[in-house]
Ligand binder design. Structure first.
Ligand code: NAP
Length: 525
């Protein structure tokens, strides 16, 4: 096997290559080595200090409106290099063009959204949180809550499944807030993140230190964090535990956002029939969620709840649609689902299916069909698998084990209260979708399930053509979830800026608050 060159890291305003042989990145379909990454030997302390001391002040010298302009300029650079990103995604992530677009165009769209939102904040350098509040009888002395950009760095430790979107959905609100970014992409798919950062740095849009990338080992990164820094993590619950218990978070109160794994659900109204639109909409969405990015989405539907009378019809309809999805080399025009990102993920998904099978029956398995234009002994491809349980109240693993691939479990419920209870056994998820033609059913489900989810997505016949999709994370809506989903919050429009700002109460005379208000902007959602 040929040894490929190391991708340089960008730290301290310079391109720096790590030492040693590095870790290889592979094409998960062809098995060939594409590049190597290494963070060994980097002076991380100097890099974090440079971002904090050079990048931060330069960004904060600009207004929100000016920083929004920088985001707009980044959008143009990414659009100009879009073709290269699709090539990298196909090679390093094994995704079809349609699936690469979710990551690449999704990231560009999110940046563009924040560029527009930022314009509305104009020339301000801080945000006003609510109205002034009188502190006593005399109105001359009042409290005004303000949000000021934190004077530290934002460290992003990202997951392998969204190397493009995962960077920009975090970087857009951070840079708009005036906070410099250091991103550490997941090693397996680090190339796309590195290339996007490279294009933006080469274009000279951002001040030195505003955007850095460290590829390879995460060793030592968390140790650099200081009290005014923030860390935003996306990945497994296991690594999340390490991040949360790190001294930077535990002892230095570094603000920490966690996006971990999640057993998202889909719920069909008991009033549905196999002929109803709600039934068809559920089937279509489950198939889409199982197959987009080969099911490697933190928001993908993992558990599908249908009334007991519709269990067999749903199994048949979903299986029939899955049978029409050719799996294999994403470069082949007939292929609709590519591969997982690595052999490690393939092994993990196969192991996960075996675990779920101890409590579930097999309703559909596409793995008996040959791959298109791919060697099954080399490619990290796994075809869709639909499992089923007629007795989900007796199951434990089905509500606990997230299989990060094209796998979902159909479950029968006997009453809507039981369905809600089973959904909540996921112990906190990113999203639940509800399929019904009845607005009252949807509203009741939202109230029942909202506290256990970051998002409730209702699909009714009247929004069939316009809804944004169960698994699509939109920048104007909250992303995150309670409990095992990590307890984090991202996006949600300008709400995202809160993570990168510090709230303080300014208690002062009306005259002083008038001066303060002149350089701030009221934060409204
Ligand atoms: P992971 O192993 O937790 O890795 C996530 C990120 O954390 C990567 O950048 C990883 O770097 C880094 N990391 C690993 N150990 C670390 C440590 N001790 N300190 C600091 N950073 C560390 O997750 P993954 O490999 O991306 O995926 C594993 C599982 O997590 C999946 O199978 C799935 O169950 C879940 N997942 C959830 C989401 C989500 O969005 N909710 C996304 C992806 C995966 P390296 O890559 O260099 O190890």
């Amino acid at each position: 096997m040929t040894t490929t060159p190391l991708l340089p890291n960008h730290l301290s305003g310079q391109w720096q290559t790590g030492s040693g042989p590095g870790t290889p990145l592979f094409d998960p379909v062809l098995g060939t080595e594409l590049a190597r990454v290494s963070s060994d030997g980097l002076d991380l302390a100097a890099g974090f200090a440079f971002a904090r001391d050079q990048g931060g002040p330069a960004l904060r010298a600009l207004s929100y409106g000016e920083r929004a302009g920088l985001l707009g300029a980044i959008v143009k650079v990414l659009q100009a290099n879009r073709d290269a990103y699709f090539e990298i995604a196909t090679a390093n992530c094994g995704t079809t063009t349609r699936d690469s677009a979710v990551d690449i165009d999704g990231g560009i769209f999110t940046l563009g959204h924040y560029a527009k939102l930022g314009e509305t904040l104009g020339n301000a350098h801080a945000l006003l949180d609510g109205e002034r509040i009188r502190m006593g009888k005399d109105p001359v002395f009042q409290t005004q809550h303000i949000l000021s950009p934190t004077r530290g760095v934002a460290l992003f430790i990202n997951a392998f499944n969204f190397p493009g979107w995962g960077l920009w959905e975090k970087a857009a609100p951070a840079l708009l807030s005036g906070v410099p970014v250091i991103v550490k992409p997941a090693t397996a798919t680090a190339w796309l993140t590195q290339r996007m950062v490279k294009d933006v740095i080469d274009a000279g849009i951002l001040p030195p230190g505003a955007l850095s990338v460290v590829c390879g080992s995460s060793a030592g990164l968390m140790d650099q964090l200081q009290p005014f820094d923030v860390v935003s993590f996306t990945g497994s619950a296991e690594t999340a535990r390490i991040i949360r218990s790190h001294p930077a978070v535990a002892a230095r109160s570094v603000r920490c956002n966690i996006e971990a794994d999640s057993l998202n659900s889909a719920l069909l109204d008991p009033a549905a029939t196999p002929q109803s639109e709600a039934f068809g909409l559920l089937v279509g969405e489950v198939v889409r969620e199982m197959t987009v990015k080969a099911g490697q989405k933190c928001t993908a539907i993992r558990r599908v709840f249908v009334p007991r009378a519709l269990y067999d019809a749903a199994a048949q309809a979903i299986g029939a649609r899955l049978a029409n999805i050719p799996v294999g080399n994403p470069r082949h025009e007939a292929v609709r689902m590519g591969s997982l990102v690595s052999q490690e993920q393939k092994a993990g998904v196969l192991e996960g299916i075996a675990t779920l099978r101890t409590e579930a029956e097999l309703l559909f398995d596409g793995n008996s069909t040959a791959l298109v234009d791919a060697d099954a002994s080399v490619a990290a491809c796994v075809a869709p698998v639909l499992l089923g349980s007629r007795e989900p109240t007796k199951a434990r693993l089905l509500h606990e084990v997230e299989v990060f691939g094209p796998v979902a479990t159909l479950m029968a419920y006997d009453s809507i209260d039981q369905a809600h209870e089973l959904i909540r056994r996921g112990e906190g998820s990113l999203v639940c979708s509800v399929y019904s033609a009845d607005p009252a059913f949807i509203a009741a489900a939202a109230l029942e399930l909202g506290s256990a989810h970051g998002r409730v997505h209702a699909v009714s016949p009247d929004v069939a053509a316009s809804h944004s999709g169960h698994g699509n994370v939109m920048p104007m809506s909250l992303h995150g979830g309670p409990g095992r989903a990590g307890g984090g919050e991202e996006l949600g429009g300008l709400r995202a800026l809160g993570f990168y700002h510090r709230r303080s109460a300014v208690q002062a005379s009306s005259a002083a608050l008038d001066v303060l208000a002149a350089s701030a902007c009221a934060l409204t959602f």
